[in-house]
Ligand binder design. Sequence first.
Ligand code: UDP
Ligand code: MG
Length: 317
Amino acid sequence: MDKNVMELSVVVPIYNESENLAVLHRRLTEAVSALTDRYELIFVNDGSRDDSFPRLCMLAAADPHTVYVNFSRNFGHQIAVTAGLDYARGQAVVIIDGDLQDPPELIPELYRKYQEGYEVVYAQRAKRKGESWFKKVTAKWFYRILRKITNIDMPVDTGDFRLIDRKVVDCLKRMPEKNKFLRGQIAWIGFRQTAVLFERQERLHGKTGYPFSKMLKFALDGITGFSDKPLAWVTKTGFCISALSFGIIVYALCAHFIFRQTVSGWTSIVVSSMFLGGIQLFSIGIIGEYVNRINKNVLNRPLYIVESTNGTETAGF
Ligand code: UDP
Ligand code: MG
């Protein structure tokens, strides 16, 4: 192989991980340098509010393998990973979280599977430690429901921690959607995929950058990006409710003209109008989520703005 070819890139999104950076850098370097000396560690600083960025600059100054990409503000985890992929030059690219929940020591195992010929080697959680029951339960059900309502074979219990081949990175770059859901996109792309099991650790320091609002947006991106079933549900519910209302109208007319007993009382009216109002709002909400995503894609803004970097973009959107 050509001596100048970069063999392995590691992409790490960083949002307020200042206390984790030194350990992270050391453990990544140990794990990756054992595999090859043509590697790079790409840290994407996603608008951290702590001193992650100055610390990254220090690491980059001392280590020629370290690349930093500094965003102008917080753009979100999926966008940070996307930027990392745009800057990655490696033939194989590992995506890993920056809080050490994903152990860097698993990378050699992912790399071995890659050398066996797999284009996607994802790390599957056998166990997850130190996360709230709420997160575990919602995540568990979300991925199972998502699998049911989308037509693609999305593996359960996997995050973005995985190794992907250059071919897959190039395919991802040809998918210009603005609402990224990388694990779904990678499943959609296909190729030979396999899993390596691991135990997910607690985050070393700091707290999660994924509050409920971000989790919800992420979940909606997954659903709207890969399924149009919710729109079909809206249509079907509308149809059923119309049929039901038609029945009620017939009943009301018969009651009035044939049996001469006009239905009295407001309870039924209130209940049915509340019910209908609720269904209508919910349906408009679902449609709105899709329209909003169409709008974002029509606006066609850049996905992220880079303030400074010591790397070079390898081509992208
Ligand atoms: N992250 C990011 N931007 C954000 C939120 C998180 O780049 O807006 C990074 C974060 O630094 C970490 C990874 O994404 O490396 C996963 O985030 P986190 O650990 O907070 O999520 P959790 O593991 O709790 O789901
Ligand atoms: Mg985490």
